[in-house]
Design a protein around this ligand. Sequence first.
Ligand code: AMP
Ligand code: GLY
Length: 422
Amino acid sequence: MKVLIIGSGAREHAIARSLRADGGITQIHAAPGNPGIGHVAELHEVDALDPAAVAALATRLGVDLVVVGPEAPLVAGVADVVRGAGIACFGPSAAAAMLEGSKAFAKDVMNAAGVPTGRARLCAGTETLGAALDEFGTPFVVKDDGLAAGKGVVVTNDRGEAFAHGNNILASGGRVVVEEYLDGPEVSLFCISDGTTVVALEPAQDFKRVDDGDEGPNTGGMGAYSPLPWAPSTLVEEVLETVARPTIAEMARRGTPFQGVLYCGLALTSAGVRVIEFNARFGDPETQSVLARLVTPLSTLLHSAATGRLADLAPLEWSLESAVTVVIAASGYPATPRIGDPISGTEYAEGEAGVHVLHAGTALGDDGGLVSAGGRVLSIVGVGDGLTAARERAYAGVDRIGLEGSHHRTDIALAAATMEDR
Ligand code: AMP
Ligand code: GLY
């Protein structure tokens, strides 16, 4: 099987790495990729937001499957045009990707399907914004209705800050969603679907805030781990039953079947499981931890989903080991990341600490050396017998990386590891 991966982050590097480890693949291509992905795949240039260009590349390469990593190409219709060219594609159509592309649309689908989620108001002006803030009270949750790369959400007790965030979105022509605050631990569950059948991966937990102790602004994600020793054993089946299957059925009923991965961002509240958000793609950095534990060949899973044959797939097999991912971020991330700094120690970390070093914001400098090129620079993945061992390995890898001014959280999976060890 020949595969083309679209994207250039650590999530796409993790996908490429898993495909490389899987015997069923003869060629892996990636576009645009990054230097780390270049170690496991052949790289090509493409404008990932140009559906015709992606389909033309896939046709020229003669691939059997295109895997679209990020949300923006999906919302732009890349999967539609690739499928239209007769090539199997893992990733939803533009219409189905609206589950991520518009929070108001996702709420509408959830309400129609009876999926448990927080109450929300769509606000088109400052008057309705103010009224919605007062209706739900503190903590205030204010979101950009559209795609905002993880930065559209503000959760705060400060009404002035909440109002200002909503006002900024309105002023730039966007629509604002104000939501009821959902309290409780968060879980990311990736549900793979071919449009009809749904298969869940193992749950993971992400760390969204930039600093230890969940302080500081939201980011795209600073680390993740899997499995979740504290989660109820019935969680996955409950989410399949109450969230994923009803959503997939509602999308099919609307004539816009969802094929790809429905990322269920959940809060386990005292009143039960609630959906915080849907995404139409794998999560980053959760994927780095989840795929590190998947034993079933990834190509089989993705190809079955892309060709409507998930019902024939044997139950997924998982490693009993744990995986912890720590993100190394550039100085200034998330506000204004500094780029162009030399990165050292990646091979040393892999060789000595035994981690996977997955590239996100990296590039090759003029002298051919690795330099930073984005906010989240590397994902360091440690696998071990239990979360404590996986953490030790991941942080031993982090310690071997040199990047001036970089920062990372030191408490990824710490509470869960402590609980597991007791
Ligand atoms: P989102 O982009 O919708 O996932 O939001 C990013 C993060 O903001 C989530 O992972 C939560 O930590 C937080 N968040 C979003 N919506 C809510 C909510 N309704 N209640 C509590 N926290 C939320
Ligand atoms: N880790 C959060 C996301 O991928 O949206």
